[in-house]
Ligand binder design. Structure first.
Ligand code: KIV
Length: 281
């Protein structure tokens, strides 16, 4: 009789060890039911600060708060058995000093049960990454297009083109040397992603950075067609759940207006019904 191996939870060192091996699969999640689905198929679940935009309807990720991340992280954790949960440190909760970052990250780890945090920034964040990593908090770095810096970057543009490539490469080297266990590379050209992935000893997780990376991440609401405000070129829609939901809500509204919902099968009778085992429903 063959016994299947237990599904051991994925850890940050497991992710680090996958460098150059089987590709890493990551999606965001913000709620327990979606986390349950993502957990069945992915290695990493990211509670991204994109929650501010796709769930809370805010214009940018800058308005995400630590309490918001902890609330969604706690919900997502309840839906997970196996995947590594990484929670974003939101804008303003870590940039001031390594100590501020530690206080924020420690709250996230203790209150949500996350296995790691993610923070944006390259060389400028190296000291903070080393501070957290050296104190028991695994850090996923995020370089290239860093949405929390959208105002400084002048929009959601491709990063590292031409002469700017050197800075992104320096950022990649800095976060890896500081102890990050992996790094998200967002919206950079394929050639740059390939070079960085070949040079780094830690896995690169691409979003808009080509299949040259060691893994991929997408915002779950984007790939399911639930968030449709805008659609970056790098998003592939694997479903159109927004359209499906719109049709379902329209059908419900129509039936309520016509008086055909609720129908007989949705209505309770005045007398309890006998069921097997003797109790009544
Ligand atoms: O917040 C987020 O969802 C992210 C991913 C897009 C990488 O940071």
């Amino acid at each position: 009789m063959s016994v299947s191996a237990p599904r051991r939870p994925v850890t940050a060192p497991d992710v680090r060890a996958r460098k150059g091996g089987e590709r890493l699969v990551c999606l965001t999640a913000y709620t327990a039911p979606v986390a349950r689905i993502v957990d069945r198929h992915c290695d990493i679940v990211l509670v991204g600060d994109s929650v501010a935009m796709v769930v809370h309807g805010l214009d940018t990720t800058l308005s995400a708060t630590l309490d918001m991340m902890i609330l969604h992280g706690t919900a997502v954790r309840r839906g997970l058995d196996r995947a590594l949960m990484v929670v974003d440190l939101p804008f303003g909760s870590y940039e001031e000093s390594p100590e501020q970052a530690f206080r924020s990250a420690a709250r996230v780890m203790a209150e949500t049960g996350a296995g790691a945090v993610k923070l944006e920034g390259g060389a400028a964040m190296a000291e903070t990454i080393a501070f957290l990593s050296g104190r028991g908090i695994p850090v996923m770095a995020h370089i290239g297009l860093t949405p929390q810096a959208v105002n400084a970057l002048g929009g959601y543009k491709v990063q590292g083109r031409g002469g700017a490539a050197a800075q992104i490469k320096a950022d990649a080297t800095a976060v890896a040397q500081a102890g990050a266990f992996s790094v998200v590379l967002e919206k950079v050209a394929e050639s740059l992603a390939r070079e960085i992935t070949a040079e780094l000893a830690i896995p690169t997780i691409g979003i808009g950075a080509s299949a040259a990376c060691d893994g991929q991440v997408l915002v779950v609401d984007d790939m399911l067609g639930l968030f449709t405000e805008f659609r970056p070129k790098f998003v592939k829609r694997y479903a159109e759940l927004g359209e499906t939901a719109d049709e379902a809500v329209a059908a419900y509204a129509e039936e309520v207006r016509r008086g055909t919902f609720p129908a007989d099968e949705h209505v309770f009778g005045g007398e309890p019904k006998a069921v097997a085992g003797g109790s009544a429903a």
